[in-house]
Ligand binder design. Structure first.
Ligand code: NAP
Length: 367
């Protein structure tokens, strides 16, 4: 065990001993993580989770402050710190890290902040000014973001860049006990990627808010929120943290739909990919606003408006990373051809009839 880790460990045991004076529930929580049982007797030491022990990380700061100041004051101060920010189970508000602070990441951050959660963000591009205006702390370096030890990391990057982002992300700087969430518009792909890439100690929640900055600009009430609890540790604090995250969307009135990632992708191809495809095709026509527009026409115009603001990366991601999309595109093309054929066949029948039946009997060839 490194010096930093062993001093953290002894600090932790001190905290557990002192926690006997605290309410029972806190004491039990701490006992569950130390080598002391609830009666102060030692049991064989087994380390379940040790965070990164770089000289500049959270644990090191904690242990330095413990050894440099008077033991009593440092312990009580650290204990307070431990209860107030480090362990999500003591605080109803979450510290949420958004990775990918583009269009959708910023949209989510507004509601998280409104609900009183603290939000930190990292993106490839510098979004400091917009982050500051939203009360979000922005980091240009993912290492710094991870050093903040968020309770939840929510991945809001484009579908196409997700794999590269995850593979270069300093996951080892996060607490082992971290809830990892994604909001990608496809679900099987991030699910498989997370299972293969994330440390086994991480909880994994795959979600898809079925709305965006346009469709959700007047509130999220009644809008579907799909989620799959892919891997949530069987510990009360972890279950609670996941539920607290889901409550953000429940509170806004979302229609909560628990569904497997595989099932989501089947439904999403025929609903979402189709919607985006139609929106993109129609936008090529530059449909004008007319003074005699019908309700149906207005719906078409708003479809164009809704999809026009989404990036091509997003649309391409829906196609590339959902295996059901290709079949749908092929079926769409065939359906369009069939409709066209039906029209032209009818038209040909009419024209042929006119051509042949309008000729006077005595002018017909052979008469
Ligand atoms: P997007 O174009 O899908 O993603 C933009 C984000 O991805 C930006 O933060 C961008 O970083 C980041 N990014 C793109 N290429 C990157 C790269 N090579 N390396 C690192 N980061 C990269 O647009 P979006 O609308 O914000 O969507 C974000 C995620 O939310 C997507 O996965 C999408 O499927 C999902 N989602 C979107 C909606 C919606 O309505 N828009 C709804 C539900 C779910 P920069 O900050 O540097 O530009």
């Amino acid at each position: 065990m490194s010096t930093a880790t062993s001093s953290t460990y002894s600090l932790f045991n001190t905290i557990v001993e002192r926690s006997q004076h605290l309410p029972y529930v806190f004491h039990r929580q701490l006992c569950g993580q130390s080598n002391l049982n609830c009666h102060g007797r030692h049991r064989p030491m087994s380390i379940c989770s040790v965070d990164a022990a770089q000289s500049f990380d959270y644990e090191h700061k904690l242990s330095s402050s413990h050894s440099s100041s008077s033991k009593t004051t440092a312990s009580s101060r650290n204990l307070e710190k431990l209860f107030s920010s480090s362990d999500a189970s003591f605080d109803l508000k979450l510290k949420i890290a958004i990775v990918g602070f583009g269009n959708f990441g910023q949209f989510l951050a507004r509601t998280f902040i409104q609900q009183g959660h603290s939000v930190i963000a990292y993106s490839r591009t510098d979004h400091t000014s917009v982050a500051t205006s939203l009360n979000v702390k922005f980091f240009s370096d993912p290492h710094d973001l991870c050093e903040e030890h968020p309770d939840v990391v929510i991945l809001c990057t484009s579908i196409l860049s997700t794999e590269a982002v995850i593979k270069s992300f300093p996951l080892h700087r996060l607490r082992r006990n971290t809830l990892f969430v994604d909001v990608l518009s496809v679900k099987e792909f991030p699910r498989n990627l997370f299972i293969q890439t994330l440390p086994r100690e991480f909880d994994v929640l795959c979600t898809h808010p079925m709305f965006g900055p346009e469709s959700g600009k007047d509130g999220w009430g009644g809008l579907p929120f799909v989620y799959d609890k892919v891997r949530i540790g069987d510990v009360e604090s972890r279950i609670n943290r996941c539920n607290r995250f889901l409550e953000i969307f429940e509170k806004e009135g979302c229609k909560m739909v628990e569904m497997s990632c595989m099932e989501h992708d089947k439904h999403a191809a025929s609903s979402q990919f189709m919607t985006h495809t139609l929106g993109r095709v129609l936008s090529r026509l530059n449909l004008p606003i007319t003074p005699i527009g019908t309700k149906g026409y207005e719906t078409l115009l708003s479809l164009v408006e809704n999809t026009r603001k989404d990036s091509f990366d997003l649309y391409y991601g829906l196609f590339m990373y959902n295996k059901n999309s290709t079949d749908l595109l092929v079926n769409f093309e065939e359906a369009f051809d069939e409709v066209k054929k039906e029209l032209f066949e009818k038209l040909h029948d009419v024209v042929r009839k006119q051509l042949f039946e309008s000729i006077p009997e005595d002018n017909k060839i052979g008469s």
